[in-house]
Design a protein around this ligand. Structure first.
Ligand SMILES: Nc1ncnc2c1ncn2[C@@H]1O[C@H](COP(=O)(O)OP(=O)(O)OP(=O)(O)O)[C@@H](O)[C@H]1O
Ligand SMILES: [Mg+2]
Length: 337
């Protein structure tokens, strides 16, 4: 089956007074119809810039290269008029902070109805009825009353549910959810994510779930793409990436997570060091300054590693991957010495 979304060589730079910020550097990924793809990486790895590129929501200082194929159509070549028809209707976006995405001066129901009305030939009354129906679907109590309230009258969790309601109101084929729950407390986070995934499964909506927390990916996503310093370093099914990690950075992310399988004795080991500046990213493999396995002879400091298949459907960009996989070294990252 052809992918619904096929991104190839996506490259985004921002011109600034200090030089060009190389936010995204040749990213490839695809999303199939109805599947949930997680994009994971530390702060600054280029996740949001990647998401915004898909819908061409970047500021004028950005230059974009590469290709974004949306069901056979090139979105990077599409007109602004066409993009307005795509946004919300074919691809919807849910942001981290619903207060900045919801307009504070309009009632929540009005905003959902407006979204429906702008894309569908429906009457105002039908659009409003759709808003009530969507608020009901996302589990907002008393939707008939809530539809007439303003965003500030909703709790954080309710606002995020309202964003999901708005996102799904036109039945898009893809939802891009950028850290949709980070502003919420942990129990509400899990509820909202479960709700999003459950609704998307029911409607066969594909999801790109962006998060810096590999922990939320388990049990929710089908596949995962791990980004570091604007590049993809590993991708594959969630099971393969978790159980048979093929990149030292992913191994580092995993060892910094609380273990759910009961091994409470295993220490939580954060990855040493800081993500690099994208004005002047490290040479060779960008992860080499923080990588416990980096070796001069392997080319880690000088040669950019290519993203190669390690197992069927699992790719990683690491010069030493074959050897590290073979010896099981990546599975022991963070284990007591
Ligand atoms: N408008 C902009 N102008 C200049 N640099 C930018 C701009 N937007 C983003 N960047 C830079 O691009 C890089 C990638 O940013 P991005 O927001 O995609 O990271 P992220 O992975 O989403 O991080 P986070 O987890 O913190 O949301 C960062 O170095 C960031 O500072
Ligand atoms: Mg972000």
């Amino acid at each position: 089956m052809d992918p619904l979304l096929d991104v190839k060589g996506l490259t985004v730079g921002f011109g600034t007074d200090d030089g060009v910020v190389q936010a995204v550097r040749g990213v490839d990924f695809e999303v199939r119809s109805g599947e949930i793809l997680a994009i994971v990486g530390e702060s600054g790895s280029g996740k949001s810039v990647t998401a915004m590129s898909l819908l061409k929501l970047l500021p004028p200082s950005a230059t974009i290269e590469g290709s974004v194929d949306w069901a056979g159509e090139s979105l990077l070549d599409a007109s602004e008029q066409r993009m307005q028809a795509v946004r919300g209707n074919e691809i919807a976006m849910i942001f981290q902070d619903p207060l900045s995405a919801l307009n504070p001066v309009y009632k929540v129901g009005q905003q959902i109805a407006e979204m429906v009305h702008s894309h569908r030939k429906v009457s105002k009354a039908d659009a409003r009825a759709r808003a009530v129906e969507m608020l009901t679907q996302v589990g907002i109590p008393q939707p008939e009353k809530r539809v007439n309230q303003f965003p500030h009258e909703f709790s954080g969790g309710m606002r995020q549910r309202a964003m999901i309601a708005m996102g799904l109101s036109c039945e898009p084929r893809l939802i891009v959810a950028d850290e949709p729950t980070t502003a919420l407390d942990v129990t509400v986070q899990a509820q909202v994510l479960d709700l999003l995934v459950d609704l998307c499964h029911r409607l066969s909506t594909a999801v790109i779930l962006i998060t810096h927390d590999l922990g939320v990916v388990a049990g929710i996503a089908d596949r995962v793409t791990v980004m570091y310093a604007g590049r993809v370093v590993e991708s594959g099914s969630v099971d393969d990436v978790f159980d048979a990690t093929a990149h030292p950075y992913t191994a580092g992310l995993l060892s910094s997570l609380p273990r759910l399988d009961g091994d409470v004795a295993a220490p939580l080991v954060p990855i040493a060091g800081q993500p690099p500046s994208m004005l002047n990213p490290p040479s060779g493999c960008s992860f080499h300054p923080r990588c416990p396995f980096a070796k001069e002879e392997a080319g880690c400091m000088t040669i950019v590693p290519t993203l190669d298949e390690r197992r069927p459907g699992q790719l990683s960009a690491c010069h030493r991957a074959p050897e590290l996989i073979e010896t099981g070294a990546l599975l022991r990252v963070g284990a007591p010495a």
